[in-house]
Design a protein around this ligand. Sequence first.
Ligand SMILES: Cc1cc2nc3c(=O)[nH]c(=O)nc-3n(C[C@H](O)[C@H](O)[C@H](O)COP(=O)(O)OP(=O)(O)OC[C@H]3O[C@@H](n4cnc5c(N)ncnc54)[C@H](O)[C@@H]3O)c2cc1C
Length: 330
Amino acid sequence: MNKYHLSESQLSAWDAVRSFSEGKIAPFAREIDETDEFPHGIFKDLAEHGYMGAPVSPEWGGAGCDAVTMCFILEEISRASGSVGCSYNAHVSLASSVIANHGSPEQKRKYLTALASGAKIGAFGLTEPSGGSNAGDPKTRAVRRGEAYVINGSKAFNTNGWVADIFVITARTDKGVSAFILERGMKGFTIGKPAKKMGAHGSPTSILYFDDVVIPEENLVGDEGTGFRAFAGTLDRARINVAALAVGLAQAALNSAVAYARADAVRKADRLLSGHSAPAGGDGHGARGGAALNPQRRTHVRRRHADQAGGRHGQILCCGSVVARLQQRD
Ligand SMILES: Cc1cc2nc3c(=O)[nH]c(=O)nc-3n(C[C@H](O)[C@H](O)[C@H](O)COP(=O)(O)OP(=O)(O)OC[C@H]3O[C@@H](n4cnc5c(N)ncnc54)[C@H](O)[C@@H]3O)c2cc1C
């Protein structure tokens, strides 16, 4: 047991996701930011490595990871790319989680297994254009008609909406706020183009429109009137993962800042050393000049300057790196 009381399996899961993220996500972070396109290839890799169903029970095709392991997964993925972290979180911690914790066995068989394998991408629709804070009073309505519900309304800021296949949403019914599962392509269900956001580029955020969307009653999650509790509880658990996502972004920004500061300090040390070398060669007092320093002394001078710069100027110097800038902004 180490000082954080992590088990061997938690530590090895952490190592695995760190090397996955460094190898398969980080090299594309800048491209994702610049193109603002959803990285389908990375999500395919996440699926192939079992991450798309990480917290889901093995009974439904998931890996059954505990809450602490999920934090490492979110932290490392987000350290590599905050955008991938955002979309991944909406898929595992929000959409899949509602069905895992509140869905019927039939809903789990039909939808959760597809989400856990990564064959389908999930989205979670709670916020509405009229405001997200008052999520307990949705304007979206679901009216019962025979063995179906007819849904009218809209949802705003829907992470993954543009690319998702399975949507869990809330709507008001006669008995209160209820949760439903919708599928891409249902008649009357349209998805707005992704918003141009300041940050988290490549994690698409859309408005969903429901115009007389007819869904079968078996797509009601839990009982009528239990939807808000299900969504609020899901958000409470997901907030831990969102905190881990933020830790990953902060860690990445810190690492870039320190690396940049150290490199800058090495440049300064080099300038200092070569500045010394001119008079050293010119005035005949070469013994104290930079050019005359032995390699060990040179390394020592560089390291001293790197440490000083890292300590004093890390936050300012990080602005010099494009990747660091996007980490800072996201
Ligand atoms: C990038 C991104 C991705 C998102 N992804 C999703 C998603 O996948 N699914 C989803 O459902 N939502 C998503 N959201 C929405 C997010 O959850 C909402 O933005 C949030 O709930 C706040 O809602 P709002 O933006 O409508 O702000 P509003 O509710 O309009 O609030 C605006 C401001 O007013 C304040 N305020 C509100 N009511 C009161 C009051 N009564 N008294 C005092 N102050 C008040 C708020 O604190 C806030 O500062 C996403 C948002 C973003 C930016």
